[in-house]
Write a protein that binds this ligand. Structure first.
Ligand SMILES: Cc1cc2nc3c(=O)[nH]c(=O)nc-3n(C[C@H](O)[C@H](O)[C@H](O)COP(=O)(O)OP(=O)(O)OC[C@H]3O[C@@H](n4cnc5c(N)ncnc54)[C@H](O)[C@@H]3O)c2cc1C
Length: 416
């Protein structure tokens, strides 16, 4: 019997698990999924988890058991390949040989939202960290959130949902909140924060963090670029999501393999630049897209299918074109406590109670799927199919509108 090819998946987040499911279903490969944690973390629930123990317990689940997939607890610190076979080194010193590898190590976010992969490796440690941050929030008389993106806004809203009288200030470097989102989303968030008593200050950039690290939130006095000092009992740094590649970045020494921000550079086929048999997806790569769990899962499916195509000597798909027929559309959203939120899917924006309910339901379904429910796995698959189909139509419409505008401009500019 021919030996099965070995596929190494590094990182058991949204991307890693999506690829694991796709490859498991082929029954063709010996897949090893490496992650330092003994649990999957449903990251979008982090702001809620700070203040709701039941949510935290629900959103940290054991990795699923999938046919042909072996889970290994470990941390990637090095990787080499000759283009056909390669070898990964774990922090423990263990070496794992592979025929194909997929880097899906995600990102790191400050303030305890998404800690470095080599800390809080047990579920118990992570639950304790959520609870500790919750009790810091409870004790703080003043809270400062730096960052006007979806994460900063969600953290502010959760704090006010639990402590409506708490003094919360949100400082953002841009002239408006949510700089990458639709104006409707910006307006809705600004109005909600104002009505709920958040002191929103835009156009202020922090130049000195007063000793605040990228670890858990804490008390600090910050200085802005104009020299203003701002203090609070508890400061959440909600800026600067970073690709989680530092631990193995020394392996990516080939020309153009690592971007300035530390992301793994990939070809449109999601192959790492210069490495035929190694792919990278999700928050850790350089693909120009809103870095979301939704898109990480979709891209990981493409990468897993490309591994199968490469193995069969066939032409590879090019992401995001093969999925959306053009550039990856905007996919984003945030909740403002349990009863309000915004969801943006391409050019469609929905604000109000429904997006908050949808996000909670999506999370509920996702963790059930990870926990092994085939039924919820099927439901999740249908939801993703619908999302991709809606976004594809949206991309097509935008391309048609752009072409029509270009034709109209051309006609107007043409000599009579
Ligand atoms: C507060 C918050 C709310 C969000 N809300 C949404 C939302 O509503 N919808 C949405 O679509 N997206 C949302 N996102 C974004 C989403 O969480 C990320 O885009 C998503 O987690 C990316 O998935 P990933 O698989 O690439 O990486 P991750 O989820 O970061 O997973 C990476 C995995 O790799 C492991 N790892 C890291 N380094 C190593 C290493 N060296 N060796 C082995 N394993 C390693 C980590 O332990 C982790 O398990 C939110 C993010 C935050 C922070």
């Amino acid at each position: 019997m021919a030996t099965r090819k070995r596929v190494l998946l590094v990182g058991g987040g949204f991307a890693g698990l999506s690829a694991a499911r796709e490859l498991s279903a082929t029954h063709q490969y010996d897949v090893t999924l490496v992650d330092p944690k003994d649990y999957f973390c449903y990251v979008p629930a982090a702001p809620v988890n700070f203040l709701e123990g039941a949510s935290a317990a629900r959103s940290l689940v054991p990795f699923p058991t999938l046919p042909g997939v072996t889970f290994k607890q470990g941390l990637l610190t090095g990787i080499t390949t000759d283009g056909t076979t390669g070898e990964a080194t774990l922090q423990s010193g263990e070496k794992l040989a592979f025929d194909y590898a997929l880097l899906a190590t995600g990102s790191v976010y400050a303030s305890g939202v998404k800690p470095l992969a080599d800390v809080l490796v047990t579920r118990v440690q992570r639950l304790q960290q959520f609870a500790d941050i919750g009790s810091k929030i409870e004790k703080a008389a003043s809270v400062l959130i730096v960052g006007g993106g979806p994460v900063g806004i969600e953290v502010a809203a959760e704090i006010l949902h639990h402590f409506p009288a708490k003094k919360v200030r949100l400082v953002c470097a841009h002239s408006t909140l949510l700089d990458r989102m639709d104006p409707q989303a910006k307006e809705y968030a600004a109005k909600w924060l104002h009505q709920n008593g958040v002191d929103v200050v835009t156009g202020k950039r922090i130049s000195d963090w007063g000793g605040l690290t990228d670890g858990d939130p804490g008390p600090a006095t910050l200085t802005t670029t104009t020299g203003e000092r701002i203090s609070a009992d508890l400061v959440f740094k909600c800026v600067g999501v970073r690709p989680a590649t530092a631990l193995y970045a020394a392996s990516l020494q080939g020309p153009g393999q690592l971007s300035g921000s530390g992301a793994v550079a990939v070809e449109p086929t999601l192959q790492v630049v210069g490495w035929r048999n190694v792919f990278a997806v999700g928050d850790c790569n350089t693909v120009k897209e809103e870095k979301t769990a939704a898109l990480a899962g979709v891209a990981a499916k493409v990468a897993a299918q490309n591994i199968v195509l490469l193995d069969a000597g066939k032409e590879l798909q090019r992401y995001p074109d093969s999925v959306f027929g053009g550039p990856a559309p905007m996919v984003g959203g945030f909740t403002l406590g349990p009863k309000a939120g915004v969801m943006q899917m391409g050019s469609t924006v929905q604000a109000g109670g429904a997006p908050a309910k949808f996000k909670a339901m999506f999370g509920w379904i996702f963790v059930r799927m990870v926990a092994g429910s085939r039924w919820w796995g099927w439901v999740y698959k249908q939801m993703v199919k619908q999302m991709v189909s809606g976004l594809t139509k949206d991309v097509r419409k935008s391309k048609e509108a752009a072409a029509a505008a270009q034709a109209a401009n051309g006609a107007a500019a043409a000599p009579a």
